[in-house]
Design a protein around this ligand. Structure first.
Ligand SMILES: Cc1cc2nc3c(=O)[nH]c(=O)nc-3n(C[C@H](O)[C@H](O)[C@H](O)COP(=O)(O)O)c2cc1C
Length: 340
């Protein structure tokens, strides 16, 4: 890697990358800095085995972190050249990033950088997307995003999505492994991961959003004071892929991140949704809403934030626990990694 950034810059970029959304805030990623570049791996110790047995959402989450890293790098004048799945037979090695200090950021890139820290998954009801504008500029910023099919679902689709949502909840209700996993990751205090109670909604608020995941009701609820009973008028966007392979998931995660950051920069509230794409029955219902628009991977709810208080940021693992430096051992030419 020529002209490579020093470790303080890499540390800062990784910290921003780790603000990315991840399934239940599991943050299933690992970064390794070496003379070849910055490598992104999945962290299997953070896999949600019951919720995500195929690893699809783990890889989607890593794709989001990858896009966050590239977005942050661009604002600091680093061009990120990304090689996806760079090592044959190493499915956990998702990307190698080489950084060159030659980018010329435009003002929008600074807006996206600011959006990294402003974006939250908001599970409350939203107002409609102002002027019903279809924000096509949200797409196409990511290499490979051409393969991601994005569909803005009609308001009438909400009924079918609500059915898919209920179907998913009813199947999960008696799935003990799923229930144990979701109760571990959501709704209690956890210093460096999981979804804190403040980020969840109580039953009354959750019932307004008929397409949300059924989370355990939090003991403590923050920021849910409603002025008026409101109906959710969000728009739901479906991201689908041509096939259903690991690379599709990675690219879809990148596109999802690009979408979320652009929407956040525009002042919209967002929330990714995957419970409807986890099981075949509900996934088929989602697919029926957008025939020919690919394999449904993730839905994103977007709209105008309606309720006053902003959400507190969810916690993250420390950079030193996710980033290490690979040092070549002179004696054997082998590689060992040490935390930064
Ligand atoms: C692949 C993926 C799947 C997700 N699925 C859901 C979901 O089904 N329902 C939901 O409310 N949030 C979902 N989220 C949002 C995460 O819970 C959220 O990103 C995480 O708790 C961190 O919080 P933050 O997004 O506010 O930073 C998902 C995020 C990702 C990346």
């Amino acid at each position: 890697m020529n002209d490579q950034p020093d470790s303080a810059v890499v540390e800062m970029l990784v910290e921003l990358a780790c603000r990315a959304p991840s399934v239940h805030n599991s943050q299933p990623w690992r970064w390794v800095l070496s003379e070849h570049g910055l490598d992104l791996f999945t962290d299997r110790t953070r896999l949600l085995g019951a919720i995500d047995p195929t690893e699809r959402q783990m890889v989607l989450s890593c794709g989001a972190a990858l896009d966050h890293l590239c977005t942050a790098a661009a604002a600091f004048r680093w061009t990120a050249d990304v090689e996806t799945m760079p090592t044959a037979d190493a499915p956990d090695h998702l990307a190698r990033i080489r950084l060159t200090h030659d980018a010329h950021p435009r003002s929008h890139e600074f807006d996206l950088l600011a959006a990294i820290n402003r974006r939250h998954s908001d599970r409350r009801a939203f107002g409609p997307v102002p002027d019903n504008r279809i924000p096509t500029r949200y797409f196409g910023r990511v290499d490979g995003a051409d393969d991601i099919r994005t569909t803005f679902l009609s308001a009438e689709s909400k009924e079918t999505l609500a059915t898919a949502s209920r179907l998913s909840a009813s199947i999960r209700k008696y799935d003990a492994s799923y229930q144990a996993e979701i109760r571990w990751w959501a709704g209690h205090s956890f210093r460096s991961g999981g979804i804190p109670p403040e980020a969840l909604t109580d039953r009354a608020e959750a019932s307004r959003v008929q397409v949300g995941r059924d989370f355990p009701e939090p003991h403590r609820v923050g920021g849910t004071e409603t002025r008026e009973p409101v109906t959710d008028e969000s728009t739901v966007v479906l991201l689908g892929t041509a096939s259903d392979e690991r690379l599709d998931w990675l690219q879809c995660g990148r596109a999802m991140s690009a979408f979320l950051l652009a929407a956040t920069a525009d002042g919209l509230a967002t929330c990714p949704l995957t419970h409807m794409t986890e099981q075949s029955g509900s996934r088929r219902l989602v697919e029926s809403l957008a025939p020919g628009r690919g394999v449904p991977q993730v839905l994103v709810r977007i709209g105008a934030p309606m309720i006053g208080s902003p959400l507190a940021p969810t916690p993250r693992r420390t950079v030193s626990s996710v980033l290490s430096v690979a040092a070549r051992s002179a004696a054997r030419g082998s590689r060992r990694t040490t935390p930064l």
